[in-house]
Design a protein around this ligand. Structure first.
Ligand code: ADE
Length: 225
């Protein structure tokens, strides 16, 4: 899968893709991540990519022309399955949306800044608008990193033990059950006996019951969906 991320803050995106699972996914050739600095498509030699809002009001608006130039250049080389705009007024991200995006081949992620992008970009270029939650970030970059991370980790072959993505919270509509590791007892705090029993069917049943109970307590909304 190929990600082209368009941003006016490319430095912000360097670190998230340079470590651990996301780095390995690229090294294994399963994922390509290309970061594009919007200022390289600026409308003048001063690097301008934003301007005042027509009609007045505080805050700058990202201009259509640099975004059009960047997207057009990318589209000249390949077809894109989705052009995703990161914005707090988009559809709230969840595991179901992540699963659907993970089936795509080429996606563009556009990071907003300031007061957002000229509405014509949203109307004529963008195919999906995604928010990572009901709060406002300084820009779309951290949201783009969250979205790409969630997608990449479920691409087959990215995680060594594929079942570990399948048993994630939300994959079956439930939160994940509690997990324990050694030691079996720490300062009098014991691991549940069932997990030490070696009885795999019983352990699976216990995990399922714990997942249901945890979901009922913490996220009852998931059970009624
Ligand atoms: N940009 C600013 N806030 C955001 C949010 N909550 N989700 C995605 N992109 C954003």
């Amino acid at each position: 899968m190929r990600f082209d991320i368009i941003t006016c803050q490319p430095d912000l995106l360097e670190s998230p893709f340079s470590h651990s699972i996301l780095k390995r996914a690229q090294q294994k050739g399963l994922v390509e991540i290309h970061i594009h600095d919007l200022r390289q498509y600026a409308v003048n030699k001063h690097g301008q990519i934003d301007d005042y809002a027509f009609g007045g009001g505080a805050g700058m608006v990202m201009m259509i022309e640099p975004i059009d130039k960047c997207i057009s250049e990318l589209q000249a080389d390949r077809k894109y399955d989705a052009i995703i705009y990161m914005t707090p007024d988009g559809q709230t991200l969840n595991q179901g949306i992540v699963n659907q995006f993970s089936l795509l081949e080429n996606v563009i992620i556009l990071c907003g800044h300031y007061k957002g992008v000229d509405e014509r970009v949203r109307q004529h270029f963008v195919t999906h608008e995604i928010s990572i939650g009901d709060y406002v970030l300084s820009g779309g970059e951290l949201g783009a990193a969250v979205l790409a991370d969630a997608i990449i980790r479920i691409i087959p072959g990215v995680l060594n033990d594929e079942t570990s993505a399948l048993t994630d919270s939300f994959q079956d509509g439930l939160l994940a059950p509690p997990v324990y590791t050694r030691p079996a007892e720490y300062k009098g705090l014991k691991v549940p006996d069932i997990l030490m029993s070696g009885d795999t069917p019983k352990i699976e049943q216990w995990r399922f019951e714990q997942a249901v109970e945890r979901t009922r307590q913490r996220r009852p909304d998931l059970l009624s969906e």
